[in-house]
Design a protein around this ligand. Structure first.
Ligand SMILES: Nc1ncnc2c1ncn2[C@@H]1O[C@H](COP(=O)(O)OP(=O)(O)OP(=O)(O)O)[C@@H](O)[C@H]1O
Length: 252
């Protein structure tokens, strides 16, 4: 039986009085890829940011309801610990511009004041870059700046930086929207590899991408989770007319 890693119940999020995520109930199975889709402004990014408590970093942003990681209430855990367990990759690759590739990978440890020996650092850097399918391309230039890499390589570096902290869940907010088709394909391939170790939740506007990479898809509309199902089923046999209208391109 598949086990649930993240579950939300009656989860709401607000910016001031603007109610942007409405009563969301979802269960995310471990070692799966979940695509979050829906029209612009429907609350996809906000919901993603609620999973690891990034939402509360925005002034005026609040939330209520339950968000669980296994049997632990995320909102009763220390936020730093939550973000170690639930990593995030953003839309635009954002390696630290002044740091080398090597230091980018272990930046999370430094930022959180966690000290590592040189051999631990070397091991984590090699392992994370191998898992993010970047090691072979950068192993001879680890001490060059991360910004010298291509956009797709920078995004893989950001994935390496996130997985260096050994999270259980990786949240990805439109991780390929700033990339060319070849880099996009390499990230999609990587997502497929990563799901054997991590659980991935990916916001995407690209229906083909959702169909290619995800096991289940969550369709949001005006802040509501309208439909959540096995991706193939949701695309071929949507139950709700709003999902049907979206996947047939009647609104974007
Ligand atoms: N920092 C913010 N302050 C105030 N309102 C915000 C903020 N960020 C988002 N919102 C509002 O919250 C709602 C949901 O936005 P969100 O970014 O979660 O939607 P989305 O589905 O991810 O959109 P997109 O696909 O365009 O990225 C929108 O009405 C948006 O205007």
């Amino acid at each position: 039986m598949e086990s649930t890693i993240i579950s939300s119940s009656n989860f709401n999020a607000y910016f001031g009085t603007n109610h942007v995520v409405k009563n969301v109930n979802i269960e995310i199975p471990k070692n799966s890829v979940i695509a979050v889709m829906g029209p612009s402004g429907c609350g996809k990014t906000t919901f993603l940011r609620c999973i690891n408590r990034m939402h509360e970093l925005t002034p005026g942003a609040t939330s209520d309801g339950k968000m669980m990681l296994h049997d632990d209430d995320v909102y009763e855990m220390h936020p730093i610990f939550v973000r170690l367990k639930i990593g995030m990759v953003f839309q635009r690759p954002n390696p630290f511009p002044n740091l080398s590739i090597y230091d980018n990978v272990i930046a999370g440890y430094k930022l959180n004041g966690l000290r590592l020996s040189k051999s631990e650092k070397d091991r984590i850097v090699e392992q994370s870059l191998t898992r993010s399918a970047l090691w072979n391309e950068v192993k001879d230039s680890l001490h060059k700046k991360g910004t010298f890499l291509s956009g797709g390589q920078q995004q893989r570096l950001c994935i390496a930086r996130a997985i260096a902290m050994e999270p259980e869940v990786l949240l990805l907010d439109e991780p390929t929207s700033a990339l060319d088709p070849i880099s996009t394909a390499s990230i999609e391939e990587l997502l497929y590899e990563l799901k054997s170790t991590y659980t991935l939740v990916i916001v995407t506007h690209n229906m083909q991408q959702a169909a290619r990479v995800s096991n289940k898809t969550a369709f949001f509309y005006l802040g509501e989770l309208v439909e959540y199902n096995v991706t193939k089923e949701l695309f071929t046999n949507p139950k709700d007319s709003r999902t049907q209208n979206y996947i047939t391109g009647r609104f974007s």
